[in-house]
Design a protein around this ligand. Sequence first.
Ligand SMILES: *Cc1c(COP(=O)(O)O)cnc(C)c1O
Length: 505
Amino acid sequence: METINQNNNLVNRNAPLNMSAEEFRNVGHDLVDQIANFLENMPNGEVTKGEKPKEIREYLKTGSLPSKGISAQELFSKVPQLLFDHSLFNGHPKFMGYITSSAAPVGALADMLAATINPNCGGYNLSPIATEIEKQTIQWIAELIDYPANCGGILVSGGNMANFVGFLAGRTNKANWSIRKHGLSNHSGKLVAYCSGAIHTWLEKGMDIYGFGTDSIRKVKTNNNFQMEAKDFEKQIKKDLDDGFIPFLVVGTAGSVSTGAVDPLYDISTICKKYNLWFHVDGAYGAPAAALPVAPGQLKGLSEADSVAIDPHKWLYAPLEAGCTLVRNPKHLLDTFSFHPEYYNFDINEEDPSINFYEYGPQNSRGFRALKVWLGMQQAGREGIIQMISDDIALSNILFKKVAEYAEFETFTNDLSIATFRYISNNLEYEGEKREKYLNTLNETLVTELQANGEAFLSNAIIDGKYCLRTCIVNFRTTLKDVAAIPEIVLRTGKLIDAKLRSSI
Ligand SMILES: *Cc1c(COP(=O)(O)O)cnc(C)c1O
């Protein structure tokens, strides 16, 4: 004991990662000032500098971890600027690529607070208020989209994980043997799942990593608007049953990643009930639009689903990462994910129960990602959320109409807040297949150029073999002025690319 007390280093321990309140205050205030300036100026700058990895690496140097530490003050005098100078800003008003939203600034503050408290949201007794906040967040998300508010749910990293969780709950529930114990290989008859051709790649990834194999996916025919043909869905189920397969799940897409198409969710639900399939809705992008009074009729059908995936980091404007799975019956999550290890003392008080989230999903230790979603939802309120989503859709419609006024653009689709079109160069001497091939090269090169030059950021979609430009507005900073500027930016850049391509042929 005596020798321990004599060790001054341990009595007044000065750990290199500790910060005094004074130091934290100084560094923190300065950081907040830098972030506020950034938020003020970012909309007037470039979306990206389009720098190559080699250029970026120059800024980081290549040395090993220094053996001596550096003060927080010194680190934060340089690092914020490094990020401000070399990042792509998906919160820029002219960022309209993929489905990545502008992040609510309140989320940045929330993450700082969440990291400070650092609750482990795997067990209730490690995260008492955080667990209850996550439960309330899940309830609010369900209420927003008219899903039963007494559902179960969990926050995960994003849409892929949210879909995996729903998928796994369906697997456990619909396999008529103990699949958790015996696995897939121990059974004759292959489980198969259905989706439309507009499905996101998560299903392929899930079928692969969970051992089903990608040939368990049945892609159902779609109509001209890329929506599943319910009749064809039923036909496929019957054929699979005749062939000895075990149909267990269908994915209805609520806002496809390429065009924003919404499957006929009510019709799919009816067929699911008839054949006892698990009905999962992938609403990673489009589900929040079900809150709108003018939501497409079939989108409201997500209320019929056994599980729904929805991404708060998309159309609820939370900073990355935040996905969410809702499951009609909470028991199905427990049935899928619960184990009771002997090293946990996490028993729930029966009289005043809460939940241990580690039993409701694949993660064990879990961060407090609910806080940023919970705060963002309150800051906007239900009306504010509906307003932002409606404005995004209205701007997308205006952009689509504007583009259609140009002879140089051919328009394709406009669903939810996604518009697709392509640039057609003047005086094309090619016809038929040769013309299509040239236009594909032209538009692909155009997207690459637009994504690097920083004026505006668009992405792409392939529609009936045609390479298209695609804008997706999930961005509360985008205004009419930004949308109005897009056709001219694309046209000017398109003409340059066209001239370059033609001279190189
Ligand atoms: C974005 C998206 C996903 C994947 O979500 P992540 O958050 O990127 O993992 C899945 N499905 C659809 C329809 C999406 O739009």
